[in-house]
Ligand binder design. Structure first.
Ligand SMILES: [Mn+2]
Length: 450
């Protein structure tokens, strides 16, 4: 790779590091973070797009790479369109090249948009499903980008298997851009594999489609930058584009720039010892503080953390724990923890019944004894006639619920987490319900006995 010339750029840079690219994917312009309120404009993907554009300008990026699913083709399409145009124009004014491919969400609209806008600094690679190579001169350094775009909603073959090696200049650094599903063989969203990607001769592959950021390999660099804006609790952790720094020897460093104002986090709280609502609240607050302090890196962009709380541990009265969660002042509380807005999206009570000795109780020929035995069997994953009949009923109830017509519009959205009639799911629900029933039974019994 050629060394970047200071004379050609005519510009002094404090850190002279070769080339710097900002790589991202899955912007889904037009969407907002689900389960979020009180953040206004900051909950929209558009806000994060503008933040990335400003970041690229401020840090003098040489190019901006976007691996598909840039716009969401739905009722907010026009909003998405104007945001995309504004951001692209701003990058163009600053002389920053934009390289992109289309994904399964924008295969139809992205080529149209790019054609209509006619920006010279924007290249949509791999149109009509044909691999293309774009050789560009970035600040005096020649580099090539190669990419492939979706042409329909689904594509069940690995596009990299058709990669035309002959088109690449072997003397230039190569950045591949592709939308697809990594190491999923039967995918209908362009299955990609380490085998074909690493054999294609590119120095880096920026992939789109999966919203959770993940780096699979460093040489060649193969990674999902993920969606830069956290949109759902299914994608916990930090979100933001990746800065790729290419040095004079062609070595590529990667680093995530966490620009998302929203972040989703799971939180486990072991409730053991909380006897009152107030104790529960204070334990929860401490756990939130601790999670923010230890699990969440500081980011000037971060404004809100959305937690999914799992309560574990033991408690005498599981119904009472339920009531602490259900109270409206718990549910609607907008918390401020360590300077961040905190929303608790949902709280799952997975606490177990506190019983002196479950084994002894399980020997009793009583309803409580049956429940105790069922709990022990579930925990040890042992079968019994009683459990099998419960599991069967539960499985068909879940299956009925999933095909129920009122659920159909919600099924593919993030509004509900659909239950699957899988053994693990059924076991978990049964364990929870058996514990809850036993807890009630024991408390009633205590009341009578006492
Ligand atoms: Mn996609």
């Amino acid at each position: 790779m050629k060394v970047l010339s200071k004379i050609q750029t005519g510009e002094f840079r404090e850190v002279f590091m070769g080339l710097q690219l900002l790589a991202t994917a899955d912007l889904h312009l037009g969407r907002i973070s689900s389960g979020v309120s009180g953040l206004g404009e900051k909950s929209s993907t558009r806000h994060t797009w503008y933040n990335m554009v400003e970041w690229a300008l401020e840090h003098k990026m040489d190019a901006f790479v976007i691996a598909g699913d840039i716009v969401e083709h739905d009722n907010r399409y026009f909003e998405a369109l104007s945001a995309l145009e504004k951001g692209l124009a701003r990058l163009g004014d600053a002389g920053i090249r934009v390289i992109m491919v289309a994904g399964n969400h924008d295969y139809d609209v992205l080529p149209q948009i790019v054609r209509q806008q006619g920006f010279e600094h924007v290249q949509l690679l791999g149109q009509k499903g044909q691999w293309t190579v774009e050789k560009v001169d970035l600040n005096g350094t020649a580099i090539q980008f190669t990419g492939w775009s979706f042409t329909s909603q689904h594509h069940s073959a690995d596009p990299v298997a058709e990669f035309p090696d002959a088109d690449l200049d072997p003397n230039l650094m190569t950045i591949g851009v592709i939308h697809g599903e990594y190491e999923v063989r039967q995918s209908s969203y362009a299955p990609l594999s380490f085998h074909t990607l690493s054999g294609a001769g590119a120095d880096a592959w920026v992939m789109g489609h999966i919203h959770k950021p993940e780096v699979f390999h460093t040489s060649p660099l193969i990674f999902y930058p993920g969606s830069p804006h956290a949109m759902s609790a299914k994608e916990p952790g930090a979100h933001g584009p990746f800065l790729l720094s290419i040095d004079e020897n062609g070595r590529i460093d990667h680093k995530q720039i966490p620009v998302s104002p929203v972040r989703y986090e799971p939180l486990e709280l072991e409730l053991t010892g909380a006897e009152t609502k107030e104790e529960f609240r204070s334990q929860l607050h401490l756990a939130l503080e601790e999670a923010i302090k230890t699990d969440i890196d500081e980011s000037e962009y971060l404004k809100m953390v959305v937690f999914d709380v799992d309560l574990t541990g033991y408690h005498q009265n599981l119904k009472e724990v339920d009531s602490w969660i259900e109270e409206s002042d718990y549910q609607n509380l907008q918390r401020e923890v360590s300077g961040l807005k905190v929303i608790i999206r949902r709280t799952e009570n997975r606490c177990k019944m506190k019983v002196g000795n479950l084994e002894v109780l399980a020997n009793e020929a009583s309803p409580a004894g049956m429940l105790a035995l069922a709990i022990l069997d579930l925990e040890k994953q042992q079968e019994s006639g009683f459990l099998n009949s419960l599991k069967e009923k539960m499985g068909s109830a879940i299956a009925d619920l999933n095909v129920h017509s009122t659920y159909i519009p919600l099924r593919d959205s993030d509004e509900i987490d659909q239950l699957e009639a899988k053994d693990e799911v059924i076991d978990e629900i049964l364990l929870k319900e058996c514990n809850r029933l036993l807890s009630e039974m024991m408390l009633t019994k205590e009341g009578r006995d006492g």
